[in-house]
Design a protein around this ligand. Structure first.
Ligand SMILES: Cc1cc2nc3c(=O)[nH]c(=O)nc-3n(C[C@H](O)[C@H](O)[C@H](O)COP(=O)(O)O)c2cc1C
Length: 266
């Protein structure tokens, strides 16, 4: 065969393709474990960040194991799901929001007019995270998600034990534009959530993320988070998702239950 024959060119190209695809597949399979572990650690970091517990990088898992109690909750009743009811899909250790939302048994459609997060379907069960101090519930971290302008944004909101005061807010996954909607992930903006009131004294949901001037001395200021400039649509998305998840179709029934007896819940 001549060096420049067509047959030889095709043979070499084929060999390169086969070797490359083998390399890529091997890398993908062997790195899957690392990727899953990194995702788990990133999630832990963000739960701790929302809860105001973030320590040094290497400490995160230790702090999580000592201070955080994850519980899977039936959102309709607000009751915890016992481990004996877990199966392949309904399982706090392998919980997958998208898989549960699409599942006919474990997901549910959002009633018309109540879909403030633009999600259409959500899981009927969600994991929540109790932060313990001296064996008692100190804070509660709730996963939240909803649509921005380009993407679904995923995050956490943490409430103090009074179930009204915000301790922290994080967004750990989104596809909004860097410098505009991407500022949802800006630590300075996220820090403005701390100390805001999600509910009033009567338990009405009052928190709002909006681009409007609120007199900082007015009684409304404790419920108001200033929206992101140049990102009205992302701001609207964050407002909708927080209101949805803290409302009657999200964690409302659970929060009601916790208000009655937070210590007896675990
Ligand atoms: C390339 C491009 C990317 C944009 N990305 C975002 C975004 O991530 N979030 C957002 O709310 N608006 C984004 N916008 C702007 C919106 O179209 C809209 O102008 C903006 O939300 C208005 O916000 P403002 O009233 O604060 O100026 C983007 C616009 C362009 C042209």
């Amino acid at each position: 065969m001549h060096d420049d024959s067509l047959k030889k060119t095709i043979l070499v190209a084929l060999c390169v393709c086969i070797v490359s695809s083998l390399l890529v597949t091997t890398a993908e399979v062997s790195l899957r474990g690392y990727r899953e572990e990194n995702k788990r650690l990133y999630r832990i970091d963000n739960i701790l960040l929302a809860a105001g517990l973030s320590g040094k990088k290497n400490d995160a898992v230790r702090i999580y194991e000592e201070r955080v109690r994850p519980v899977l909750v039936d959102l309709r009743s607000g009751k915890p799901v016992p481990r004996s009811d877990f199966n392949d899909v309904l399982n706090i250790d392998s919980f997958d929001i998208r898989r549960l939302a699409d599942d006919p048994e474990y997901g549910r459609s959002i009633p018309e007019g109540a879909d403030r997060a633009g999600l259409a379907r959500v899981p009927a069960y969600m994991p929540i995270y109790f932060i313990l101090e001296g064996g008692e519930v100190h804070r509660v971290v709730f996963p939240i998600y909803g649509h921005g302008i380009w993407s679904t944004m995923y995050g956490f909101i943490a409430l103090e034990r009074d179930l009204k005061t915000v301790r922290g807010f994080t967004i750990y996954e989104h596809g909004e534009t860097p410098g505009l909607g991407g500022e949802v992930d800006n630590p300075r903006w996220k820090s403005t959530w701390k100390g805001k009131q999600a509910y009033d004294e009567e338990g009405n949901l009052r928190i709002g993320v909006e681009k409007r001037d609120v007199d900082p001395t007015s009684p409304d200021a404790v419920y108001h988070i200033e929206g992101l400039s140049g990102a009205t649509l992302t701001t609207h998305g964050v407002n909708g998702m927080v209101k949805f998840w803290l409302g009657d179709n999200g964690y409302g029934p659970l929060i009601e239950r916790l208000r009655k007896d937070i210590y007896g819940y675990l």
